[in-house]
Design a binder for this molecule. Structure first.
Ligand code: ATP
Length: 288
């Protein structure tokens, strides 16, 4: 069995620039990997079936699973006869804005590249990943990056200053499609992506905290007031910056010290079932 880590990401910024004629939104977002990961186990089969086994009943175990799609696309493209058993030890909350499914797909592509000896470069794997989903190319590389286009054009940047990250996910489902659909592009406040980029380049924790922003909050917070109230609680308990990740509903807080992190986690446990205290994990080499 080959095991591959599939870490979650958070968006330090998420901006939508316009809607394209092909229906996709043109985005610009700074994403960074955090220290919370699914573990993907890959075991080759002699027949040509793809089987998904997951520790979580909410994860689809058929072609709807992004890890299944990753195996299927490689099998078809490279005419692989063998099948594979894919075991997903799910640690990343599902439908949370943390790219859990995309990261599972990316990890499956990378693992099968080794097991099937395809000798693809990371850029080639990312290219194949973009056919599965817009966030998959970023997940193939991990680390800290600016994603543009529909999310598939990746520019690597330095890791942000290290700090604690508190994640809190209310137990509601958010449909990414309806959040993007509800976006009023002419009346939203856009995050300052360049300012965040400068803050990261300078290694300034304070400026990073002052520069977080996500245009999708304008939609999700109206649809789900619970998300606003978690943001308020996190601020009240002492987070230095608070933002929704992706299309939500997960909220993250940045915190510079462990004592305050513990206080925030303990405070939030009364409001929210899923609360995690983790670290940023910006450096690409830490992922393997
Ligand atoms: P993103 O941040 O990229 O929008 P997300 O964190 O909001 O992603 P996922 O956890 O990837 O969302 O799951 C969204 C939906 O995708 C789930 O409701 C589930 O039905 C489906 N799905 C497909 N494959 C997976 C997988 N491997 N893990 C979790 N969900 C998956």
């Amino acid at each position: 069995m080959l095991y591959v880590k599939a870490p979650a990401k958070i968006n330090l910024t998420l901006d939508v620039l316009n809607k394209r004629p092909d229906g996709y939104h043109e985005v610009e977002m700074i994403m960074t990997t955090v220290d919370l990961a699914d573990r993907i186990g890959l075991e080759l089969r002699e027949d040509d079936a793809i089987h998904i086994y997951s520790s979580n009943n909410f994860v689809p175990n058929d072609h709807r699973n992004l890890a299944y799609q990753a195996a299927a696309i490689l099998k078809e493209r490279f005419k692989i006869q063998e099948g594979v058993n894919i075991t997903i030890d799910k640690q990343v909350p599902i439908a949370a804005g943390l790219a859990g499914g995309s990261s599972d797909a990316a990890a499956t592509l990378k693992g099968l590249n080794d097991l099937w000896n395809l000798q693809l470069t990371l850029d080639e794997i990312a290219e194949i990943g973009s056919e599965i989903g817009s966030d998959v190319p970023y997940c193939v590389y991990g680390g800290t990056a600016i994603a543009r286009g529909r999310g598939e054009k990746i520019e690597h940047i330095e890791a942000p200053p290290n700090c604690w990250v508190v994640l809190a996910k209310p137990s509601i489902g958010v449909s990414t499609g309806s959040v993007y659909g509800g976006l009023q592009l002419d009346s939203i406040e856009h995050p300052d992506t360049q300012r965040m980029r400068d803050a990261i380049a300078k290694g300034s924790y304070e400026e990073m905290c002052a520069s977080v922003g996500n245009v999708l909050e304008s939609v999700t917070l109206k649809l789900h007031p619970e998300v606003s109230s978690i943001k308020e609680q996190m601020k009240r308990f002492g987070a230095d910056a608070v933002l929704m990740s992706g299309s939500g509903p997960t909220v993250f807080g940045l915190v510079s010290n462990e004592t305050r992190t513990t206080r925030i986690v303990n405070g939030l446990r009364g409001f929210c079932d899923e609360v995690y205290a983790i670290r940023m994990l910006g450096e690409r080499e830490l992922l393997d």
